[in-house]
Design a protein around this ligand. Structure first.
Ligand SMILES: C[S@@+](CC[C@H](N)C(=O)[O-])C[C@H]1O[C@@H](n2cnc3c(N)ncnc32)[C@H](O)[C@@H]1O
Length: 348
């Protein structure tokens, strides 16, 4: 049972964490040259720093309420080695010059053209977020989580944790030690690690196109058994029909072109058993938080997200037809968590 001291310790740690990552976000912004935005956007109002920090703290507060209510365990995301954190920050800033050159460079600088990229679908051969090597190197995999935390000022882990709320409800129906969870586009395994910390006996499978990202996930999940990590495309998964009870998809959909999004939904519907749960954690969409709409327009320009503008306008409930029906929806700072149930007969 959480007490007043636990809350104090949690909030102090989260404040320090936000100071660390939000501070780097501000320094990185200082070191970057603003991008020329289309003239018609210049008069648009963006949420200021005070608003962003206050909304971020609202997320941290909701995070604490979930922890205090026993929905999920308190995170360990501030217990890193300070030297390793410093090294990651140094690496992030060392790479910033190359990121900045790409941001102001030609389209060709954003594409992956080397022989290592030739085996991947064309839409994937991109340096998403302007990051060096796209998703295709060990250095990129090592840098990814730090980069994402800086982008969200220290809120990324707490946003991702909101996916644990519907996960708990879904596992309650099946039983965590009997259930099979599939995380589609699992990247470096952050969501799976949180799932295993909370449900050590849960059988989890992660798939991703990036072998280097899966290598990081493998190290991160090495303490647990019943973990399977597979290099595969989400639109052609190497699993039989109805193989999973729960599927999660964390920050994948906004990186897929519209037609691939549809193929992935169909594939998840195939591998999820009837009555199974799909948990989507992804960006806010237009109109979810009207004051953020301008930011959603700037984001794909500032961070090279070629399919994002389409995603934020996508009608998710329609996208999920006919296989899924909507179950729950909540906003979490820059993210939205949406849960769907797979149609069809309930399990026997
Ligand atoms: C923004 S990252 C999200 C990673 C992780 N889920 C997280 O919470 O940080 C997107 C991930 O999706 C993977 N990905 C993109 N397209 C994919 C596809 N068609 N099939 C499988 N993985 C894909 C990328 O390699 C990358 O690891």
């Amino acid at each position: 049972m959480a007490n007043g001291f636990d809350k104090f310790a949690f909030e102090t740690a989260q404040m320090a964490r936000i100071g660390w990552f939000f501070g780097q976000k501000l320094v990185a912004a200082r070191l970057s040259r603003p991008l020329p935005a289309p003239a018609r956007w210049r008069a648009r109002k963006l949420p200021d720093r005070r608003r962003l920090l206050s909304d971020l703290w609202r997320l941290i507060d909701a995070d604490w309420r979930n922890i205090a209510a026993g929905v999920y365990a308190a995170p360990e995301d501030w217990r890193g080695n300070p030297l390793a954190e410093l090294r990651r920050a140094a690496d992030f800033f060392a790479d910033l010059r190359a990121v900045e050159a790409r941001r102001h460079g030609a389209l060709a600088d954003r594409l992956l053209n080397g022989p290592e990229a030739a085996h991947y679908p064309a839409y994937y051969r991109r340096k998403f977020h302007f990051q060096s090597d796209g998703y295709l190197s060990e250095a990129s995999a090592q840098r990814y989580d730090h980069q994402v935390e800086v982008l969200f000022g220290g809120g990324a882990a707490a946003m991702r944790r909101q996916g644990l709320v519907p996960l708990r409800a879904a596992l309650h129906r099946v039983g965590a030690s009997r259930a099979r969870l599939l995380d589609v586009g699992c990247g470096t395994g952050e969501f799976l690690r949180e799932a295993k910390r909370n449900y050590p006996r849960l059988a989890v499978t992660g798939i991703d196109l990036s072998t280097p990202y899966l290598a990081v996930a493998r190290r991160r999940l090495s303490a647990w058994s019943r973990v399977q990590l597979i290099t595969a495309a989400a639109e052609a998964m190497p699993f039989p029909d109805a193989a999973f009870d729960v599927a999660s998809c964390v920050y994948l959909f906004h990186e897929l072109p519209a037609r691939v999004r549809r193929a992935v939904v169909a594939e998840i519907a195939r591998v999820l058993r009837p009555g199974g749960t799909l948990i989507l954690v992804d960006s806010l969409q237009k109109g979810d938080e009207p004051d953020y709409d301008s930011l959603l327009d700037y984001f794909p320009l500032a961070f090279h997200e070629p399919y994002y503008a389409g995603y934020v306008r996508e009608d998710l409930d329609r996208l999920m037809q006919p296989g899924f029906s909507p179950e729950a929806r909540s906003l979490a700072y820059f993210s939205k968590v949406v849960t769907y149930r797979r149609g069809g007969p309930p399990p026997t």
